[in-house]
Design a protein around this ligand. Structure first.
Ligand code: SF4
Length: 233
């Protein structure tokens, strides 16, 4: 059964509570750090239809409506195609209009569009690492396409989880580190030779080290190779 945990357990106005020892609980300490480090949390949620890919199996209107009730969520917007220019513009406009400092995009796998949305929020002036994704397509609509109510509930839970994580996101800076464009490949067998050629083609100077008198490894000792039965060298 999809989790017993209900996202509505998160209090609408999070309060800091004391443990029996008079200290803040771990959860509340984390919440306090998130709030005090970054000031007020202003989260925007963007729910993507992906045409019928998501909207054909999930009640996206109800999901967006639900997202707006979550604590710290300032606005929830439903897009037809969030990765397309109009969808990205809606994100940028909402960031500026509502002074959002966290963004949750509920759409597809981060493997496909995480760089797209990081760049999108960057162009609106937000640190790209203040963006979180919920995968409503691969993790929900595609695998629960015959269960409208169940898929809709799961989509809500995925968004609640992404919003909960977004509260703790911190701005990140990417480092640029100078590197020497020179590589050492140890072993002159087929794999080592291939690696050396690839690195050389990529513009790196390569040093290939082989302990034997010649390169080629075991391959060089074979008379013929399957399936063409060509000479191995
Ligand atoms: S963001 Fe992902 S889910 Fe949304 S339209 Fe683009 S590909 Fe589809």
């Amino acid at each position: 059964m999809w989790p017993n945990w209900s996202p509505t357990r998160w209090p609408s106005k999070p309060k800091l509570t004391e443990t029996s020892h008079g200290r803040l609980s771990k959860e509340d300490r984390h919440l306090m750090v998130a709030k005090t480090t970054n000031g007020e949390l202003r989260i925007g949620v963007f729910v993507c239809d992906c045409g019928l890919n998501i909207a054909g199996a999930v009640d996206c209107a109800a999901v967006a409506e639900y997202a707006e009730t979550l604590a710290d969520v300032i606005c929830a917007v439903r897009n037809k195609y969030t990765c397309a220019d109009p969808g990205q513009n809606e994100i940028k406009n909402a960031i500026r209009q509502h002074r959002l400092n966290r963004v949750v995009v509920a759409s597809c796998t981060p493997r496909q569009h995480e760089p797209t949305f990081r760049q999108c929020v960057r162009e609106a002036g937000l640190n790209p690492y203040l963006m979180e994704m919920a995968n409503l397509r691969e993790h929900c609509s595609w695998v629960h396409s015959g269960d409208w109510d169940g898929a809709t509930q799961k989509a809500k839970d995925l968004i609640a989880s992404a919003v909960a994580r977004a509260r703790f996101l911190q701005p990140q800076e990417e480092l640029t580190v100078p590197v020497t464009k020179r590589a050492l490949v140890i072993g002159g067998g087929v794999a080592g030779i291939e690696a050396a050629i690839e690195l050389g083609d990529a513009g790196h100077q390569v040093v290939l080290v082989e302990k034997e008198a010649s390169i080629g490894g075991i391959m060089a000792q074979l008379d013929k190779t399957y399936p063409t039965m060509d000479c191995s060298i």
